[in-house]
Design a binder for this molecule. Structure first.
Ligand code: HEC
Length: 210
């Protein structure tokens, strides 16, 4: 009986077109041979593109430094945000340049902050500044300076190791609010409220506004 030629695996393996004979490579594994075909153009162009890209990339980011690194991009965006929201300007307000506010509405605004549950000043320093847990703020005995700037800094930074958080309760105030609050505290000086807390003479010094 004649065997069907197409079912003969040997025969099939050996079927190589005439124009492919030159391309046949000389290795063979398990009867599998390989043709040294040209690579498809789309693949080659992709490959050339990655080479060109890497050269440009290296040049742009490393050799010339024109491209920004992630860190530089971050710095730049932070700077842009600071500019946009005027952060630097706000930080730059120098407390030393401010004058004590004496108009009624500013002092009233300061008083509202002083007695508010938000910043808790009155909780520790008394409703009239006579002192409770914190020192009396109405006399001329001070530990950290009695001028506007010192008081603004005292409020802003607090004395965390001695029991006063920044802004009394960490509830941040704007520079304007700090200014009003500190002016209000200065306005309490000499008011002699009842039941003042005794000063801690070991650390307080006599201080007057010039
Ligand atoms: C939890 C209690 C507490 C709260 C709230 C608090 N303080 Fe004080 N404050 C203190 C204590 C305690 C001191 C004394 C720090 C020291 O001994 O150095 C102090 C010190 C100060 C001083 C400096 C006094 C000096 O002799 O130089 C000022 C000014 C002051 N507080 C203002 C405020 C204002 C304004 C607020 C509200 C925003 C506030 N404090 C909220 C406890 C408090």
């Amino acid at each position: 009986m004649a065997t069907d030629q197409n079912n003969d695996p040997k025969k099939e393996l050996n079927t190589i077109f005439d124009d492919e004979r030159d391309l046949l490579m000389d290795h063979e594994y398990d009867g599998i041979q390989e043709l040294d075909n040209r690579m498809p153009p789309w693949w080659l162009y992709g490959f050339y593109f990655t080479i060109a890209f890497s050269v440009v990339y290296l040049f742009y980011y490393d050799v010339t430094g024109w491209g920004l690194t992630q860190e530089e991009e971050y710095e730049r965006e932070m700077a842009m945000a600071a500019e946009r929201f005027n952060l630097e300007e706000r930080e730059a307000i120098d407390f030393a340049e401010l004058a004590i506010l004496e108009d009624e509405s500013s002092l009233e605004a300061g008083r509202m902050i002083y007695v508010s549950q938000n910043n808790l000043c009155a909780t520790c320093h008394g409703q009239q500044g006579q002192g409770l847990v914190g020192p009396d703020l109405t006399n001329n005995l001070w530990k950290h300076g009695c001028d506007l700037e010192s008081i603004m800094v005292a409020i802003k930074d607090g004395f965390p190791t001695r029991g006063m958080q920044p802004y009394g309760s960490n509830a941040r105030l704007t520079t304007e609010e700090l200014h009003q609050l500190a002016s209000y505290i200065i306005s309490l000086r000499g008011t002699e409220p009842p039941n003042p807390r005794a000063p801690d003479m070991s650390r307080s010094v006599e201080c007057h506004l010039d």
